[in-house]
Design a protein. Structure first.
Length: 555
């Protein structure tokens, strides 16, 4: 698919690089990585490598909460049904059922470990969000759920005496004969180390930074997905990127999202004329699933030539806003908007990376001894669109499962690899490459071609542009994370655009202007992508990889 992509980003030589050994190596310190570390540590030594502070992650910024069946008015079947409905026919039902069934136990564990979730009369408070037909979202600190999860897990990881290397960057996974032996890691000061690991587990999060407008922090550049692709792993569902419908749109303000829970609690959307419009697009109005709300906002803005819409939460009253959404209220006020008296300007932004490294129910990828959990993976739980608050749940459940399996399977690296392993990276280039300019061009291109509404022509043109860029940007050697992040983002963007170009239908988070209907006959299945080799198609529920039925335009 990307003939110019090198196997390794840099040269790797055991004779000149310090070596470290661990039973389980975990890349990333969000909910999935930290939960996995606790599970793997029951079986042997664990090393967590994370590219910023231990806290910095998507998890840290998660607001709304964790979806779990905790109330008597709810049931596993209803939660499964809501998830399947949001996933628009592409969820793997057995995986959904497993996550929904194990979720309450994983969340209770967090509460037992001191998780300070919001309660009333001792009972965990549950709210409702778009796409959920019951109150089942547990939250902490009003709208600081991810922060509280990180508090709990960072404390537990310290108590368990698990080694953590912060400011340390996964450059590449080391493989031989289809087996992962560990990774090359570069610390902030520039020194590199080879980490030999009995099992390596990717928990490095998603890649929404490939979009110019994104709610994700700077760490979300998809490094783990790209490293797995270079190592030969199969990725799937890359065409599905969820846009959060209501992201603060104020010049100079970070693209901070306004939680779905605001609409769950009664917030309404208005166009700039002050009219509510959601009921014209879907009978569930503001409580429709995210993709429907995002597309409705995009259509409303386009129809009226407006750059944003308004989220009106004035009906909740000042006290309720202050107690339920203190973080959101503070952010808005710091930019001169008081949600108690003003409607808040919002527009959709890239938010959740549905696709990723293909894993089975135990988090095993298609490469032996390489595992994955959380947003870096495509486990089959989200289908064509993630149901809000199901991703922290997935991180908890798959973190525990993948950590357990990786820890159990961990065994030492082959002695001859430790003596003689070598990997070949590209040569340094003489011409300077303006990384910032290249990154801005890339994120704009991806937004234009593979944003909320897609079509053949822009996708086709983006494929050609990316192939041209790859010929000079992927084949050069960089020596620091900024260059590697760009190469990782280019790799993922190319495959995402290929998948979006191939899938000639509209489903969930993938909407094609030229193919507005869902087409189950051709497309009820997953697109599998690799760096080397042609994309393939796997019908839902099957493990078989078959040739893609290319339409006349793509033949
Ligand atoms: C603003 C916001 C609000 C959200 N709200 C909710 C919500 O209410 N409910 C919900 O369920 N979901 C929510 N989500 C989604 C959810 O937060 C994420 O899907 C989930 O936290 C992902 O967890 P993770 O552990 O897989 O990845 P992350 O939490 O993103 O962690 C990834 C880790 O990998 C590290 N890493 C990345 N690359 C490298 C590298 N090259 N080398 C070393 N380390 C690396 C990162 O530094 C980080 O530590 C929200 C997301 C955002 C951005």
């Amino acid at each position: 698919m990307i003939p110019s992509a090198p196997r390794y980003l840099v040269d790797i030589d055991v004779s000149t690089t310090p070596q470290v050994f661990t039973d389980t190596l975990i890349i990333g310190s969000g909910v999935a990585g930290l939960r996995a570390a606790l599970a793997a540590a029951r079986h042997g030594s664990v090393l967590i490598v994370t590219k910023d502070t231990i806290r910095e992650s998507n998890t840290e910024y998660a607001q709304g909460g964790v979806a779990a069946v905790l109330s008597k008015a709810d049931s596993v079947d209803v939660h499964v049904g809501d998830t399947l409905s949001a996933g628009v026919g592409l969820c793997e039902e057995d995986v959904v059922r497993m996550v929904v069934t194990e979720g309450p136990e994983r969340l209770r564990e967090v509460l037992d470990w001191g998780g300070n979730f919001d309660r009333k009369d001792g009972e965990v408070l549950l709210t409702r969000e778009g796409g959920h037909s019951r109150h089942r979202i547990a939250h902490a600190g009003g709208d600081a759920t991810g922060h509280e999860l990180q508090n709990v897990f960072i404390r537990k990881v310290k108590e368990a005496d698990i080694r953590v290397w912060d400011y340390s960057f996964l450059v590449d996974l080391l493989t031989r004969d289809g087996e992962c032996l560990g990774a090359l890691v570069q610390a902030q000061a520039g020194e590199r180390r080879i980490v030999w690991a009995g099992a390596t587990l990717l928990a490095s999060g998603g890649a929404c930074q490939i979009y110019r407008e994104s709610t994700n922090p700077a760490v979300s550049t998809g490094d783990g997905i790209a490293a797995a692709l270079r190592a030969g792993a199969v990725c799937r569902d890359l065409e599905f990127v969820q846009f959060h419908p209501t992201v603060l749109y104020i010049a100079g303000a970070a693209r901070k999202l306004i939680s779905e829970a605001v609409r769950g609690e009664g917030g309404v959307l208005r166009n700039l004329a002050g009219e509510r419009f959601m009921d014209r697009y879907d009978e569930r109005a503001e409580l429709a699933p995210r993709d429907i709300v995002s597309r409705a906002i995009t259509s409303e803005m386009a129809a009226r030539g407006e750059s944003h819409v308004l989220l009106d939460m004035r009906g909740l009253g000042a006290d309720r806003i202050a107690s339920r959404f203190p973080g959101i209220a503070d952010t808005c006020r710091s930019f001169g908007v008081d949600p108690a008296t003003d409607a808040v300007p919002v527009r959709p932004s890239a938010h959740y990376f549905v696709g990723g490294v293909k894993v089975d129910r135990n988090g095993e990828t298609t490469i032996r001894r390489l595992y994955g959990c959380g947003e870096v993976t495509a486990s089959g739980v989200h289908g064509a669109n993630r149901l809000g608050s199901n991703s922290l749940l997935e991180g908890l459940v798959f973190g525990a499962r993948a950590g357990e399996h990786a820890g159990q399977r961990a065994s030492g690296p082959p002695a001859d690899a430790v003596r003689s392993f070598r990997g070949k990276g590209p040569r340094p280039a003489r011409e300077h490459l303006d990384l910032l300019d290249m990154r801005n061009s890339l994120t704009s291109l991806v937004g234009r071609a593979a944003g909320i509404l897609r079509a053949h022509e822009p996708l086709q043109s983006a494929r050609q542009t990316l192939d041209r860029w790859a010929q000079y940007a992927l084949v050069r050697r960089f020596d620091a994370p900024a260059g590697w992040e760009l190469q990782n983002m280019m790799t993922i963007s190319r495959l995402l655009i290929e998948a979006a170009w191939l899938r000639e239908e509209s489903r969930g988070a993938h909407a094609r202007r030229d193919f507005p209907e869902r087409d189950d006959a051709r497309w009820r299945g997953h697109l599998n992508l690799k760096i080397r080799g042609e994309p393939t198609y796997t019908p839902l529920g099957s493990t078989e990889e078959v040739q893609i039925d290319r339409g006349p335009e793509n033949a």
